[in-house]
Design a binder for this molecule. Structure first.
Ligand code: GL4
Length: 835
């Protein structure tokens, strides 16, 4: 409390309190000081790495000053806060983003030039913070940027994995996984050695009656692991608000060896215990849209949920408010079902530790949580075996059973005649072993459930969660269509386009209100604007071509049509449809005379993405792409007419080079499988068009930008089940063109055909993903695109209109929708000089 601090102390602090730099001189001083002292380098051995280190540390200092002000101000105002619980935060690089968000990139560029360095080289030194798999993790990162930029008091909570998503190497055309140890130099985190939480596993539950005859449960005698906090500052764009991302790291409970064991000669055992504890936060599970049910993963989930909730409850208790105020002070959003254990954990804290009665506690829990579903795919829906939870978290299992009992009693009262309903909606699946259905627990324990695009939110209400709509009514279920941050995905990735737009709109306000983009529609027919727009696209394609040349050795022509599909490799995303289409094109080109071939639209087909290490079919797809590339790119008859590229180790920072360089990008999932997709938004915002199915956010993109400005094809979600049914009973009818592709593969044209038999057989046997059913429409649409691209003026018209109409897809809009519909929180502006 301020009044209690002596005046001399205040004066000393006021005089010496750190101030952030805001001009070139001060930036240089800060960077050089860090290079000399923190990094122990000198004028004579300052390389790019040291220049990056000095720059990053100078900016970190600046961020932490704003971070302190923000946190003080939020604590003082004591308004409702949002906590975003996510097992994945795919942050990418931090320096460029920090410079742009605090508005000092030009200052730093000039300062670095004085020191003899080019900004681009320095930025390129940083490695990605890759604590996520794909869209779900990147969405969490975009949301953090928007929360801070819009001045919401919000924290992210996650795990500080020692190893993020693996690095992908392509060796002889095959994916090889290399561990991503990213923490050897990470200037963006602050270890909080004083912020620790002890987390219990295993043990047992003891029951007794207290003096009032109330039964009390104590969970005890378990194994303890300590959670250590590491804080990452999240700067908002053009605002002093700097929020916090708190990541937990696991350590053996004492933090040291077990000295008893150490001294009695059991050295190995004591080291082993320590390693066991540290294993919890060691590595991110590399699966996207797949649940593998591993015990260590469940440990990660509980460790992180328990540490985060303990932290949140501790902060709440400091305010001395009544428990019923908890949901008025705190909103917790569950990013998918991964943090669902937070629900029984909060119930346990309130009932077992704080002594609240069950119903009071439960109403606090339900009013606190919101749950976002990110997939309808059966193989991705989390289930945990009852014996495993019983062993690891005995008290939580009891609580889950009790939650289920209350819930089923309610269902039975409401639907007395529907006996089947009870087994269908039970949180406990009566299988062998019994399983806990985490999505059901998340629905029952939250006040709102949302999907991530309109089609997806409708689908969950009519399929996997249908019964819950009957039970709770429509209002519990809602939609928040995904979005992306225009700061990173336009301003940072495509500075020239951002500048062109700003020149017409009279400044950069559109970066905080993306709907302002609509004003550039007026320039869709403006010759000069078109030319400038076209030149920027060409420069971005040239930049990508240079990168491709450097990394693969293949020369591609920037004037060709760049057709890009970059995302996790998954059968439902149908990279196989794309590569079969490429082979189809190759066969057609081979059958032509040289004159005919010259008339064809030249194309570069670019792929990128990681396969989960255990996903055999996805690895086959990567191999086929690489083999097709090897053959096509070395075929002298083909030349520039077709090139096939696989970009190794696709990640956030590579996406920043790739997204601005497409003419066409592919978002071609089997209808009804891609919940939203977010790279579709990135590509269109950067002046590329889409070939896509009627799936996920493609549908809303079409509505916004107009159906003349997107290339849609393929069967609709509502027909997919019938077609699969037909396949089962009548067999698969292989499309004629696709058969020729398969014949070419079987002939050994792309290497040993055995390598790809799994890939072709699955189409022939089931065609679960409608590869054959959609093949003809796909190829025809690609032909339409070739034609359309030839008319560059018309093409530019389409792309400019599309960019102008993308305002809806900003993550800022998402955050405002969550804030209003789900969290009930207000922004809180920080004054430039504190409180
Ligand atoms: C995903 C969806 O597959 C993807 O469509 C969506 O855009 C993303 C963010 O909502 O979430 N769900 C899972 S699981 N991984 C994803 O990327």
């Amino acid at each position: 409390v301020e009044a209690e601090i002596p005046d001399e102390q205040k004066t000393a602090w006021k005089k010496h309190s750190a101030a952030g730099f805001s001009n070139k001189e001060d930036f240089e001083a800060a960077a050089i000081r860090h290079i000399e002292t923190t990094l122990a380098r000198s004028l004579y051995n300052c390389d790019e790495g040291a220049a990056y280190g000095g720059t990053a540390l100078a900016f970190r200092d600046r961020l932490i000053i704003d971070w302190n002000k923000t946190q003080q101000s939020h604590t003082f105002a004591d308004q409702k806060r949002v906590y975003y619980l996510s097992l994945e935060f795919l942050m990418g690089r931090a320096l460029d983003n920090a410079m742009l968000n605090v508005g000092l990139k030009d200052v730093a560029r000039e300062g670095l030039a004085d020191l003899g360095f080019r900004m681009e080289d320095v930025i390129g030194i940083e490695r990605d913070a890759a604590l996520g798999n794909g869209g779900l993790g990147r969405l969490a990162a975009c949301f953090l940027d928007s929360l801070a930029s819009l001045d919401y008091p919000a924290w992210g909570y996650g795990l500080r994995y020692r190893y993020g998503i693996f690095k992908q190497e392509i060796i002889n055309g095959y994916q090889v996984e290399v561990p991503d140890y990213w923490l050897d130099f990470n200037p963006w985190e602050f270890p909080r050695h004083d912020v620790t939480v002890d987390i219990q596993f295993y043990g047992h539950v003891r029951k007794y009656n207290d003096e009032n005859g109330r039964q009390v449960s104590v969970w005890e005698n378990g194994e303890i692991v300590t959670a250590n906090a590491y804080d990452v500052p999240i700067p908002g764009y053009n605002t002093p608000t700097t929020n916090n991302l708190r990541l937990w790291s696991s350590k053996a409970a004492s933090g040291e060896f077990d000295f008893q064991k150490f001294n009695s000669g059991e050295y190995e055992q004591s080291v082993h215990d320590q390693m066991r504890a540290e294993t919890i936060s060691a590595v991110l599970y590399p699966n996207d849209n797949l649940d593998r049910g591993k015990e260590l993963r469940l440990k990660q989930q509980y460790f992180w949920c328990a540490a985060s909730l303990h932290d949140i409850v501790r902060r709440f208790k400091k305010s001395k408010k009544a428990w019923k105020e908890f949901p008025n002070q705190i909103a917790i959003q569950l990013n998918d079902t991964h943090p669902t254990l937070a629900i029984p954990e909060l119930q346990r804290i309130l009932v077992d530790e704080e002594g609240l009665d069950w119903d009071t506690a439960w109403s606090i829990v339900v009013n606190t949580f919101g749950y976002t579903n990110h997939t309808v795919m059966a193989e991705a829906l989390e289930k945990w075996s009852v014996p495993l939870i019983q062993h690891l978290l005995p008290r939580h299992l009891e609580i889950i059973y009790e939650i289920n009992l209350h819930f089923l009693q309610y269902v039975e009262r409401t639907f007395p005649k529907d006996r089947d309903m009870l087994s269908r909606v039970s949180i406990v699946e009566e299988s062998n072993p019994k399983m806990i259905r985490m999505a059901f627990l998340a629905i029952v324990g939250s006040h709102k459930v949302n999907g991530v695009a309109e089609l997806h939110s409708d689908l969950i209400k009519t399929t996997i969660f249908k019964d819950f709509v009957k039970i709770y009514g429509q209002d519990k279920f809602t939609n928040v269509t995904n979005g992306i941050t225009p700061r990173r995905w336009l301003h940072q990735a495509n500075p020239k386009l951002s500048e062109l737009i700003a020149s017409k709109l009279g400044g950069y306000d559109f970066l905080k209100d993306l709907t302002l983009l609509h004003k550039i529609e007026a320039y869709a027919d403006d010759k000069q604007f078109r030319k400038a727009f076209q030149d920027i696209k060409y420069a971005n394609k040239t930049r990508l071509a240079k990168y491709i040349k450097e990394t693969t050795g293949v020369s591609v022509n920037p004037a060709a049509l760049f057709d890009i599909q970059v995302k996790r490799i998954h059968e439902y995303k149908r990279q196989q449809l794309n590569i079969f289409g490429v082979i189809h094109r190759y066969l057609a080109l081979k059958a032509m005379s040289p004159e005919e071939r010259k008339k064809m639209q030249p194309r570069v087909s670019i792929f990128g993405g990681k396969a989960a290490p255990g996903y055999w079919m996805a690895k086959c797809i990567i191999h086929l792409v690489n083999e097709v590339g090897r053959v096509v790119n070395n075929d002298p008859e083909i030349g520039d007419a077709l090139k096939v590229i696989f970009i190794e180790d696709y990640n956030v920072s590579k996406c920043e080079i790739i997204a601005p360089a497409s003419d066409i990008s592919e978002h071609i999932s089997t209808a009804g499988t891609e919940a939203s997709g977010t790279s579709n938004m990135k590509f269109v915002l950067n002046g590329g068009l889409i070939i896509g199915t009627c799936d996920g956010a493609n549908i809303e993109i079409t509505r916004e930008i107009g159906e003349d400005n997107i290339f849609l094809f393929g069967n609709l979600a509502e027909d997919v089940e019938d077609i699969r049914h037909q396949h089962t009973y009548e067999g698969v009818l292989i499309d004629e063109g696709l058969q020729k592709v398969f014949d070419a593969i079987h002939s050994g044209m792309f290497g040993h055909s055995d390598e790809f038999s799994a890939l072709t057989n699955t189409v022939v046997n089931h065609d679960h993903w409608l590869t054959s059913a959609d093949f003809e429409a796909y190829c025809k649409t690609q032909d339409t695109i070739d034609e359309a691209f030839k008319d560059q003026e018309a093409w530019l018209h389409k792309t400019i209109l599309a960019v102008a109409r993308m305002g809806f897809f900003t993550a800022d809009r998402c955050i405002e929708e969550y804030a209003e519909m789900i969290w009930n929180v207000e922004p809180q502006k920080i004054k430039q000089n504190g409180a």
